[in-house]
Design a protein around this ligand. Sequence first.
Ligand code: GLA
Length: 382
Amino acid sequence: MHTPQQAREQYQQHFGEGARIFFSPGRINLLGEHVDYNGGFVLPAAINKGIWFAIAANHTNSANFVAADIDESFSVELDAIKKLDGWKNYVLGVLHILQQKKYVIGGFNCLFGGNVPQGAGLSSSAALEAGLVYALDKLFNLGLNTQQMALIAQEAEHSFPGTKCGIMDMFASLHGKEGHCMLLDCNSLHYEYLPIVETEYELVLINSKVHHSLNDGQYNKRRQEAMEGLSFFQTLNKNVTSFRAVNPDVVNQFRENLSPEVYHRCLYITQEIERTQKAAEYLKSNNLIEFGKLMYQTHKGLSELYEVSCGELDYLVTEAKLQYDVIGSRMMGGGFGGCTINLIAKNNRDNVVSSIVSSYQRVYDIQPEVYLVETSNGTHEM
Ligand code: GLA
């Protein structure tokens, strides 16, 4: 689906007139990866790819969903919400958490679809969850603010889909601002918008087309290893409430007390928390050359210490690094596939991208997709 009109028309075919239309964007992240659930800072931005919802109350006790892009539908009685499978769990998770928190909603019809590629690390699932919470809030006057919505969407993802994700994706989807990224402190949820200034460089995403899925266990395993590390530092000092109170020197000092895996995870987390703060300063002073260097460092950490990259993503970053006109590149999002984010000189962008793409194709026999980044506002009614 590519336009809100398509959402409206397809809704009419299924349910008739009267739908309200909402848009919920996917996100990119400039830096600060796998630190949202570790008390760090992140630098996400909402993008112009996302999900449109056509939705209206139906004055019954059932919720009827149509996933227009894959031509699937299902209905559920509101007093019989339970876990099913696949995409259904994202929307059911939202209903489950709203009910658990005693928010009263009535029956509704909802058709959704979009243009944010799935499994590409652009947060299609968070866009779905955040968008549904937002739309239901408007439909049934739940009185939620966008921070509460983000927390509900996050809990929804933890519930039926079962990925113990951080807050970044849903927060970015709900709070995006065109032309800006945000520096979000994932401990306090304070954020500030930083303008993405027009320069001679631009952000380009290259989709490895290796399908990433966060609910195959590896993501949750990283979170568990990180928690194991944090618990150790808490035994040293009970005032440690998050990795913000630890730093790479401390991690190195206690290396022998940690398993090699947990040591590597903790080292990456504490380095990335420091890196993101530096990166935000470089962005503010428009120093993209130094910012780009940090992107490469983050990739190295994600690949070697946090171990969430894969051969294909490493290859894309290595190829990018060989290009003089690429000043930064790294895997983006949860990892195990999905996109790299690249900072490329505009005047040579096409040559650079086609060189990376064709060498990737030669080696992996996969045709990657390329997206130019355009930022957008957060979830809103159209
Ligand atoms: C996924 C999760 C986020 C975040 C990123 C990695 O997108 O949903 O919470 O942890 O991975 O930065």
